[in-house]
Write a protein that binds this ligand. Structure first.
Ligand SMILES: [Zn+2]
Length: 412
């Protein structure tokens, strides 16, 4: 099936080759005005200005008129906890009523609440729930996604989550990457016995995960009160020995040294970064590790946002992701992530779009498949309603500006 889409108002993020976009380059978003694109067998075959459209391009193709739509590569959401068993709006209301984190935890809330619900759910139930969420996200323009375990917190249930993610990977029409986050928090029985749980992660879970090829990455919640820098290093190094690259939760609540460790270990990305000091900023900026900002988590938790401008000025490579999870970011809407980045972190629309597309693809090692309008990449494309300019997307943040989404060359 060959399709030519013509009269595209803006064809966004056209790149002949893919490189991580960092620092001042983030503000350079290549756009072709009044453009066409040729899609064949789910792959981008050609694109250019309408003047460059030839008989050859049109031959044998179904011709679609974009009628003033702008076309972007789909969002690449490189950090989610998409597989979970139950929403947690009761905790949300407790917080509105002024209960503290400790009081909510005492009522059985938090990550351990999600872990209990995972333990009570079957793989089928988790799979169907997650696929429903994924289908909603694809309609919102997400065309590649990373999914973490981390609500299992024991061998059986971590493996259960990872098998669900593997099934999503095998059946979803978009690329999916899996991260093993057994080190999300300490289960109650290991609160005073960190060594016992780390031993379970390293010696029980990892060998099976490697054997069944259940994960691409190893993730650790590196934070005071959770996993220390030394513990994070041991767990990541054990994962690396099994071929899993690190992608870690760092510097959300404290400048704990998580970013510096991630850089030292050659992590694909360090994610969160609400609390950055000079040492973390300079380590990240001088590394190949991508800094992934999760502004909707800061928004939902009413916490300070990530210092995006400081990081861009320091020449860091930034990605944007949703952190979709039931506790701190119960939305996977990347349109809102992009808008919030512009509104609250003062990223330029061009910077936010680059961070949510090409750099998100790099943060999942998928840049050869998605993240830009490039010949040979998947035709995973967002078609907007007619908009006056690209800046209108984050500006009109509450409107659904997506007219339709193409995944592998097919409208969904
Ligand atoms: Zn997360």
């Amino acid at each position: 099936m060959k399709r030519v889409i013509q009269h595209i108002k803006h064809l966004v993020n056209t790149r002949t080759n893919s490189i991580v976009v960092r620092g001042s380059a983030l503000s350079q978003l290549p756009i072709i005005e009044n453009a066409f694109i040729v899609v064949e067998n789910g792959i981008i075959q050609a694109y250019g200005t309408m003047h460059e459209l030839t008989v050859d391009h049109m031959s044998g193709a179904e011709v679609i008129d974009a009628a003033g739509s702008s076309v972007l590569p789909c969002w690449c959401d490189s950090h989610t906890h998409l597989v979970f068993a139950a929403s947690r709006e009761d905790e949300f209301v407790h917080k509105i009523n002024g209960l503290t984190y400790a009081e909510i935890a005492a009522k059985g809330g938090g990550i351990l609440n999600s872990a209990r619900k995972i333990a009570q759910s079957t793989e089928d139930e988790l799979y169907l729930q997650a696929m429903t969420r994924l289908n909603e996200l694809m309609k919102l323009g997400t065309g590649a996604i990373e999914i973490k375990s981390g609500y299992g917190l024991n061998t059986d249930n971590e493996l259960k989550m990872l098998r669900v993610i593997k099934r999503i990977k095998e059946t979803a029409p978009i690329p999916v990457k899996a991260s093993f986050l057994g080190a999300h928090t300490y289960p109650l029985e290991f609160r005073e016995n960190h060594e016992g749980y780390i031993d379970q992660i390293i010696n029980e879970m990892l060998p099976i995960i490697a054997d069944e090829q259940l994960a691409d990455y190893i993730d650790v919640f590196c934070e005071e009160g959770f996993f220390s820098v030394a513990e994070t290093q041991r767990i990541c190094e054990a994962g690396i020995a099994y071929g899993l690259k690190p992608k870690i939760h760092a510097n959300q609540l404290n400048a704990s040294g998580g970013v510096e460790l991630g850089v030292k270990l050659g992590a694909i990305s360090v994610d969160h970064l609400e609390t950055m000091n000079d040492s973390a900023i300079s380590a990240l900026s001088q590394s190949v590790t991508i800094g992934t900002l999760l502004p909707t988590a800061a928004f939902f938790l009413r916490m300070p946002y990530q210092p995006a401008r400081t990081l861009i000025n320091a020449n860091a490579a930034l990605a944007l992701a949703s952190d979709f999870n039931p506790g701190s970011s119960p939305s996977g809407n990347m349109n809102f992530v992009v808008a919030l980045s512009c509104i609250q972190m003062k990223m330029l629309p061009e910077e936010a779009i680059n961070a949510a597309t090409i750099n998100g693809a790099f943060a999942m090692e998928l840049a050869n498949e998605v993240g830009s309008i490039t010949i040979g990449k998947r035709a995973n494309l967002i078609f907007t309603h007619p908009i006056p300019s690209l800046a209108y997307m984050p500006y009109a943040f509450g409107s659904n500006l997506i007219q339709k989404v193409m995944i592998n060359g097919q409208f969904i």
